[in-house]
Design a protein around this ligand. Sequence first.
Ligand code: ADP
Length: 266
Amino acid sequence: MIILKIGGSILTNKDSTESEVDALSLKRIASEIKASMDASPKQLVIVHGAGSFGHPPAKKHKIGEEFDKSEYPQKRLGFCEIQNEVKKLNMYICEAFIAEGLPVIAVPASGFITATNKRITSGNLDLFKNYLEKGFIPVIYGDVVLDDDLEFCVISGDQLIQYLAKNLSPDKVILGTDVDGVYNKNPKTNDDAVFFDKFTSLKDLDTLEGTTNVDVTGGMVGKIKELLYLADLGIESKIINAEVEDNIFKVLEDKPVKGTIISRGN
Ligand code: ADP
């Protein structure tokens, strides 16, 4: 089984406050996945980020921060608004995948996962496994969930990757984003950034820069932290550039692709 994440950065314009899907990237990614499923059938789980659909409303409503009781109804409505926005992005994604002939089924985190202080503490994956066994491709995404401590919180696609990988023991965990992998600093703003084939510790980063200013879930640093938790459990993951044509197809087919392996080994 493979868990594949498609970053919100490729599917939407994350720097923008507009909710616009990148239809061309979406179609290309869907067709690469379809080509790989045709070449070698496999169990596949897809996780996607919230991109420009989820981050701006999450920031606006300050979901995940403590608040006064009097603000509860307003926060609750904000929670609903975010859930609805990320659901729209998911709908575009599922539409494109179904058009390519991929049997995707949305399993939103807000429907079965709960958290404690922003970390997932419960989420029964039986139905998820059932869909997988029947040949569906479950799709889950960055979402809002109920939180025992904070009432509401945002769960990133990257935390979902970590939770699913821990509980489903996949053969491979792949994260597609809009850069080639992890560098010692943000390659988009630093021409001299040094690329890592293998990343083993946050200490290797020169700067703890996240991503765009709208990301509420930690950007690249948040992503690496989740993957290092996984590495501690002995599960390696790989970050690749999903904007490069054929990279997703190749990585699904075990062909060599430039990227960063996150592991605790040397
Ligand atoms: P996604 O939405 O694809 O999951 P993010 O936007 O959260 O991904 O994170 C990817 C972004 O992180 C890249 O576009 C890059 O600009 C930024 N970034 C910040 N620091 C680094 C780093 N050290 N190495 C690689 N990318 C970094």
